[in-house]
Design a protein around this ligand. Sequence first.
Ligand SMILES: [Zn+2]
Length: 89
Amino acid sequence: MATIICSGGHSFSDGEIPSPYEWTLISDINLGDALDKIIGQTRAGADIEAQAGVIMSSYGHIAYICPECKRLLVFENGIENPATSYRRE
Ligand SMILES: [Zn+2]
């Protein structure tokens, strides 16, 4: 669980599972690769239910939408590095 602080100074927790603020952004190319991996593991008999979310996340970027100002924070270089912030027009 972490406290996320948007560039507008608002803070919120990502501790709720599933989090209403967390998103996974996946490019079209990576989405196809992630689905291929999930399908492949399912056909191999793996219990994919627990792993599907992890696989999807590993092919995309974690992002949060601030509940106060609706800024989109995209962690393109991992959650341990600063996010790129996008504000609604
Ligand atoms: Zn905010």
